[in-house]
Design a protein around this ligand. Structure first.
Ligand SMILES: O=P(O)(O)O[C@H]1O[C@H](CO)[C@@H](O)[C@H]1O
Ligand SMILES: [Mn+2]
Ligand SMILES: [Mn+2]
Length: 406
């Protein structure tokens, strides 16, 4: 039985989604395009990184073969090892959104079969009656933004006016989200969180997946900076997930990073917060030390998406992948007989793509541990196969969606 460690590299897609065109993302390929830029010398940044993308540990676990099975080609400039360790494959998303909750819930065995509500791209993004009710209940003089935007760009543009007027900055994206940026000191973090809780209640009839608090600090457009105090207020998953099923069977679910928020704190035994990929890896390693037989450690590595993918920062994304890869031997050293590590992603966010939104892609599935025989599991028809494999590994009954590859 032993333990399972599920690491989601947020937005690390491998291209090839059969329905990408329906999302305007045909040809998007997060890994493929990063590798292409790196191989062409277009992702060098002094003091950060240079040259072809180098992911020796994930490559030994089958990442090159995964990329080819998902997108039809090996990533440019990356050596393909002859021998691969562990189980490797790709997975296609069947949920209808390319957002973080849909991806994570499907990984945890619960695909989203309904359509989320989205806000329009033209004119005011938010319904007037909702904004009026929200401002009245929260006692604020109005909102700024009311549009689709990139979070860093909109605080640079409206942050000073926000400080002057006390109006929170409200914006959205191609995801089912209502995001609120406000100054941690001038507006106040607690006030921002209270504003978001009110919005969460008012948005349920609109079928909006998440309300996200985006606190920032600094005094002017050039110094504004978002802080680690981001909070996501999600609706509940549509059915019990792998996490609920584990709890029901007396297991512990250790949620590292924003996993707790993504699952609306359902099916979580304990939350371990950390800010940034390095700290998230450190927290995961110490949680592995504490996990008992039958437990799940579930970590979301958010930087790939939030700091590099949405910001369309190719060298930054490449360097973050290389740094993550370099920490994998630390994970290997922690493993006991019977342990299972799974590396995957929740959607794509191709940093070479137009706009600043997620991209519809397949995701990698790497599963390894002491004594696990290397083999290809091909392209899985749903991310739910990941959750079902973990269910089988941890010895709980199978769920309704997905099929175990173990
Ligand atoms: O541009 P920022 O604020 O990072 O927003 C991004 O983060 C949201 C949640 O992951 C996405 O919907 C996307 O819009
Ligand atoms: Mn995500
Ligand atoms: Mn994102």
């Amino acid at each position: 039985m032993a333990r399972a460690f599920l690491f989601v590299l947020d937005s690390f897609g491998v291209g090839g989604a059969p329905d990408a065109a329906a999302y305007g993302d045909e040809g998007a390929d997060t890994l493929g395009h990063i590798a292409e830029f790196c191989a062409a010398g277009a992702a060098d940044r002094a003091g950060l990184r240079e040259g072809p993308l180098s992911l020796p540990n994930m490559s030994e676990l089958g990442l090159m073969q995964i990329a080819r099975s998902a997108s039809g080609r090996f990533p440019a400039g990356m050596p393909v090892p002859e021998k691969v360790y562990g189980i490797y494959g790709a997975a296609t998303e069947i949920s209808r959104g390319k957002d973080t909750p849909s991806g994570h819930w499907e990984i945890a065995g619960t695909p989203v079969s309904f359509d989320w509500g989205y806000f329009p791209t033209e004119g005011d993004a938010f319904p007037q009656e909702f904004i009026e009710a929200l401002c009245r209940e929260a006692d604020v003089p109005g909102i700024l933004g009311n549009c689709h935007a990139s979070g860093t760009e909109i605080i640079a543009r409206l942050g000073e006016e926000h400080i002057r007027t006390g109006k929170p900055i409200c914006y959205t994206s191609s995801d089912s989200v209502f995001q609120v940026a406000a100054h941690e000191v001038h507006f106040g973090l607690d006030r921002l969180l209270a504003f978001c809780r009110l919005a969460r209640g008012l948005l349920d009839p609109y079928n909006i997946g998440r309300v996200i608090a985006r606190p920032f600090i600094g005094q002017s457009a050039s110094t504004f900076q978002r802080t680690g105090n981001r909070r996501d207020f999600s609706v509940l998953p549509p059915e019990p997930t792998l996490l609920d099923r584990l709890i029901e069977h007396g297991r512990q679910v250790h949620a590292v990073g924003k996993i707790g928020d993504i699952f609306a704190h359902q099916g979580i035994s304990r939350v371990i917060k950390a800010n940034g990929n390095e700290a998230l890896m450190d927290a995961s390693l110490s949680t592995i030390d504490e996990a008992e037989d039958g437990d799940l450690v579930f970590t979301n590595f958010v930087d790939f998406d939030m700091i590099y993918g949405h910001r369309r920062d190719v060298p930054g994304y490449a360097a973050a992948l290389e740094a993550f890869d370099a920490r994998l031997p630390d994970v290997h050293r922690k493993l006991k007989p019977g342990d299972l590590v799974v590396l995957t992603a929740d959607h794509g966010c191709d940093p070479t793509w137009r706009g600043t939104d997620h991209t519809r892609e397949r995701v990698p599935v790497i599963a390894y541990g002491p004594g696990i025989r290397s083999r290809s599991i091909g392209v899985r028809r749903s991310y739910a196969d990941i959750g079902e494999s973990i269910a089988r590994h941890l010895g709980i009954p199978a769920g309704a969606h997905g099929r175990s590859f173990l």
